[in-house]
Design a protein around this ligand. Structure first.
Ligand SMILES: [Zn+2]
Length: 502
């Protein structure tokens, strides 16, 4: 069976072969939406307690008078040792059951692949030794989180960061013990780690450093706009997930159901939150179109892994398309995309279910997904429509698809799609030329598709996963902050959900 990567599997947002690979350059709109809707997380920052730890470390650097390059070594050593302590406590607690999984979320602590074997082998963690090995980045995970910590006002994001306005010294004292334990030479035994379980990533929600990080997200002393955005996005997430099964659909699908397809949403959430939900609606729906293009490209070039011509790849791509005109197949043949009162209908989910039931997307299914996006433009509220169309003009958006359907409506589907694939090959080449760069090995053309005489060869495999709107990471952070919780079965509002309810 073909592995299908999409909204139902976005827990891990990108497969390794996907990372940084955007051969058609259609993904920017989704990244821009994610950054605007959830400015305080990126896909690689799932753990709220690292935010607090780094803010606490910034306070420590200030106390020690560490400011310039000569202090960097000492600061980084402390960062690395502290991150190992937080990781080790969390991994040990995770193995002790104790409801850890209910509060920790689904992402492993940072450095788990180094720390867990150490713990299993020695029944203890030598902090100094593991600190040399758990991350290949010199600044440890501080470098990953720094930009987010600056956005939240927890630090200034520097190499030796200064504490930001949201770094509450008293609240962050909850983590003092991590810093003192980090400097111990004697390895931490399982009993030592167990005694520190209150410092686990799962134990933050009701600790004072959790309060500090919630304030940074939702009160935002420096950036009130961001705080409002985080409150609104968190409130919508809590509403969308409440009552959903933890192991059921992906978070993206639940958000779709709530923001895009729920009848009477305006009455349920109120006017302010409704406006925010409409922006989510535009972003979520557009992500299906972006995913369609990624699926199309990956399928189109897949025959070239054995070397071939573009004509052969195109012939293979259109082989099973129905014998109909573009208009018959992709305009007249579409189901309605809204109900009688204008609420969007989940046509994307129906197409997705079809793909799941037959183990993979058909080419026709991918094209229908694009056509549904084009149809949506005429049926969305202005706020949702603006978000759906996006701010970029040349990214094969729904307007491009609508124009193609109108222009080629009378043509046989296979012919029109053959021409479309030619345009895609040109586009991918142009995208790759734009990204071309000189390296010390010569000119590097970032593409998997290489010309071999008059033939082409695909090196590796193109990614076909959906782009992440950062929802799994955001959910993890909100769960650790106890804004969102579950009982192992069903999601529900967390103890601090009231802090985001308008
Ligand atoms: Zn725990």
């Amino acid at each position: 069976m073909t592995v299908m990567l999409g909204p139902a599997w976005t827990l891990k947002p990108d497969t390794p072969e996907d990372t940084g690979r955007q051969p058609l350059a259609v993904e920017t709109v989704i990244g821009a939406h994610a950054a605007a809707l959830i400015p305080g997380v990126i896909t690689t920052t799932p753990h709220a307690r690292y935010l607090a730890l780094h803010a606490r470390l910034a306070i420590e650097a200030q106390r020690c008078g560490w400011t310039d390059d000569k202090d960097l070594k000492a600061f980084r050593a402390l960062v690395r040792r502290s991150e190992v302590v937080l990781g080790a406590v969390s991994i040990a607690h995770g193995e002790a059951e104790d409801d850890h999984h209910l509060r920790a979320g689904s992402f492993g602590p940072h450095g788990v692949n180094t720390i867990r074997p150490e713990l299993q082998r020695h029944r203890a963690v030598d902090v100094g030794r593991v600190a040399d090995a758990y991350s290949r980045v010199r600044g440890g995970y501080l470098q990953t989180y720094a930009g987010i910590e600056a956005v939240l006002g927890l630090t200034d994001g520097g190499r030796i960061p200064l504490p930001g306005p949201a770094a509450g010294t008293d609240q962050l004292a909850a983590l003092d013990e991590i810093l003192s334990v980090a400097q111990r030479e004697k390895p931490l035994s399982l009993a030592d780690l167990d005694a520190l379980r209150h410092l686990c990533v799962c134990a933050m929600g009701d600790a004072s450093d959790g309060e500090c990080v919630r304030n940074a997200y939702f009160a935002g002393p420096e950036r009130p706009g961001y705080a409002q955005t985080h409150r609104s996005s968190a409130a919508i997430l809590v509403e969308a997930l409440a009552g959903e099964h933890v192991d059921g659909e992906s978070i993206d699908m639940s958000m779709d159901r709530w923001c895009c397809f729920r009848p009477g949403l305006r009455e349920v959430v109120g006017e302010d939150l409704y406006r925010h939900a409409l922006v989510w609606r535009g972003a979520l729906l557009r992500n299906w179109s972006v995913w369609a293009w990624r699926l199309i490209w990956a399928r189109l070039v897949s025959p070239l892994s054995g070397t071939g011509t573009l004509e052969q790849a195109t012939a293979e791509f259109v082989r099973d398309l129905p014998d109909a005109t573009v208009r018959e197949a992709l305009v007249d043949g579409l189901p309605p995309v809204v109900d009688g009162v204008g609420t969007p209908l989940p046509v994307e989910h129906d197409l997705y279910d079809e793909a799941l039931n037959s183990d993979d997307w058909t080419v026709f299914g991918m094209l229908r997904l694009l056509a549904v996006g084009a149809r949506r433009m005429d049926h969305l509220d202005p706020a949702a429509r603006d978000a759906f169309v996006g701010a970029f003009s040349d990214d094969l958006g729904p307007g491009f698809v609508a124009a193609w359907l109108a222009r080629d409506g009378h043509r046989p589907l296979a012919d029109a799609v053959s021409d479309l694939t030619g345009a895609l090959f040109h586009r991918a080449e142009a995208v790759s030329r734009q990204k071309m760069q000189w390296t010390r090995y010569g000119l590097r053309l970032p593409t998997r598709l290489r010309r071999v005489g008059d033939r082409w060869r695909l090196e590796g495999r193109e990614g076909r996963a959906a782009v992440s709107l950062r929802l799994p990471t955001f959910t993890n952070v909100m769960q650790q902050l106890n804004v969102l919780s579950h009982d192992g079965d069903t999601w529900r509002p967390g103890r601090h959900a009231a802090e985001v309810t308008p």
